[in-house]
Design a protein around this ligand. Structure first.
Ligand SMILES: Cc1cc2nc3c(=O)[nH]c(=O)nc-3n(C[C@H](O)[C@H](O)[C@H](O)COP(=O)(O)OP(=O)(O)OC[C@H]3O[C@@H](n4cnc5c(N)ncnc54)[C@H](O)[C@@H]3O)c2cc1C
Length: 386
């Protein structure tokens, strides 16, 4: 799959810039729908944010009063996940490791217990599926939890997927459906004018005409040359440091996602765990710091003491593509030929199925579905022009 771009002299219907989960899912769905698709990825497929993400599909655990449109989009996408995962493995024979494991939100001290109670009331008021648990009930479900926990909420519908397995499956499915995946091929900019985008210019200087261009370049989406002023999207990176651990004794320390307001522990179901993550506004810095590793491990072990016994396999950092309102940008811009699929912030893995569906429908109809109007690229036009 690690192909450099070779011009076959036929213009694609769709050029996708960026081979993270978002670009790959769009390439897969568009190729399935019969479009001739070329995806350009400047490094390895899925090598950036999609490579470090924990893979929580957690619209209910992450619900907030201020972000109800994101909550609704997240719940729609969560509902699509089981069938999306099934179709993906049926298409390419690879498993994306979608797991229906559920989630516990846990308070490890009295202050957190008061805050968790407010979270419970919020979710109840929004009619979200959530159940209050006594500490003993939580420990019956997850015996590895610290005996000192103060309270817990059971969120049975928030699940997980392994983003690395997902990237591999999406890459295989997109290629099987006929998409051309050109890795190690950077796009320098967009081709065309303020009236219409007609393709992309590669870093090599080569120009590739395309019926439409989708920018799914993650945190780098705003950096392409030639984006017309009225179509610009202000995308910034939000750094996240994250750990990967392994239990040599195999699975069982935790079977659900466990989270406090400081940390989460995501079980992969096979003895591997992901512990994350920091949220840092540091530009394009991806340094892993001793302080972050220490704080993540300390908070995780306070929740699940068995964490101290695990092997630390990897510490990494990635960049969440984020817009000023931290909501994604999906669909047509004000310039014909240019579409956006970026800004998924903390929820890009969760939002992969719905983003691909919305973008494909927008490519076919020329418009973003009314139900997703909160995520239109056009909402930033006046901000950028001002
Ligand atoms: C620590 C951490 C934990 C996370 N946990 C979760 C989670 O549990 N659940 C969840 O839903 N989300 C999570 N996320 C968020 C999620 O990872 C992102 O929202 C998602 O991966 C974004 O996908 P993407 O394809 O838009 O971006 P990316 O995966 O960053 O992909 C963009 C791609 O574009 C390529 N590119 C950039 N510029 C160019 C160019 N000029 N030419 C060609 N290619 C280019 C890049 O090389 C990159 O591969 C997490 C993120 C982090 C950092």
């Amino acid at each position: 799959m690690d192909l450099a771009y070779k011009d076959d002299k036929q213009s694609p219907d769709l050029a996708v810039v960026g081979g993270g989960v978002i670009g790959l899912a769009i390439a897969w769905r568009a190729a399935q729908a019969g479009m001739k698709v070329t995806l350009f990825e400047r490094g390895e497929l899925g090598g950036e944010a999609s490579n470090v993400a924990a893979g929580m599909l957690a619209p209910v655990a992450e619900a907030s009063l201020a972000e109800q449109e994101i909550l609704a989009l997240g719940r729609q996408s969560a509902a699509l996940w089981p069938e999306f995962a099934r179709q993906l493995s049926a298409s390419c024979g690879l498993d994306s490791s979608f797991q229906e494991c559920g989630t516990l939100m846990v308070a490890t001290d009295r202050d957190q217990a008061v805050a968790l109670d407010r979270e419970f009331v919020l979710r109840q008021s929004l009619s979200l599926p959530v159940q209050r648990l006594r500490p003993s009930q939580a420990r019956q479900l997850e015996p590895g939890l610290a005996p000192s926990i103060h309270a817990a909420l059971n969120i049975p519908g928030d699940h997980t997927v392994d983003p690395r397995a997902l990237t591999a499956a999406l890459s295989a499915a997109a290629a099987d459906a006929g998409a051309k995946l050109a890795s190690n091929t950077a796009v320098a900019g967009l081709l065309g004018s303020a009236d219409a985008i007609t393709g992309v210019t590669l870093a090599s200087g080569e120009e590739v005409s395309a019926g439409a261009v989708v920018v799914a370049a993650g945190s780098w989406s705003g950096q392409l040359e030639g984006i017309p002023a009225q179509a610009k999207i202000p995308v910034r990176p939000v750094k996240g440091q994250i750990l990967r651990l392994r239990d040599p004794a195999g699975p069982g320390l935790a079977t659900r996602v466990l989270r406090t307001d400081e940390v989460y522990v995501v079980p992969r179901g096979d003895g591997r765990y992901v512990v994350g993550a920091t949220m840092e506004e540091l530009g394009f810095d991806t340094t892993v710091t001793a302080g972050a590793v220490y704080e993540l491990l300390r908070a995780a072990a306070e929740l699940l003491p068995g964490v101290w016994e695990l092997e630390l396999q990897e510490a990494s950092a990635g960049l969440r593509p984020s817009t000023p309102d931290n909501a994604p940008v999906i669909g047509p811009s004000l310039v014909p030929g240019l579409h956006w699929a970026t800004g998924h912030h903390r929820n890009g893995i969760l939002l992969t199925p719905i983003t691909a569906d919305l973008l494909l429908a927008a490519l076919q109809s020329g418009e973003l579905a009314d139900s997703a109007s909160a995520f239109t690229a056009k909402r930033f036009a006046s901000t950028v022009l001002a």
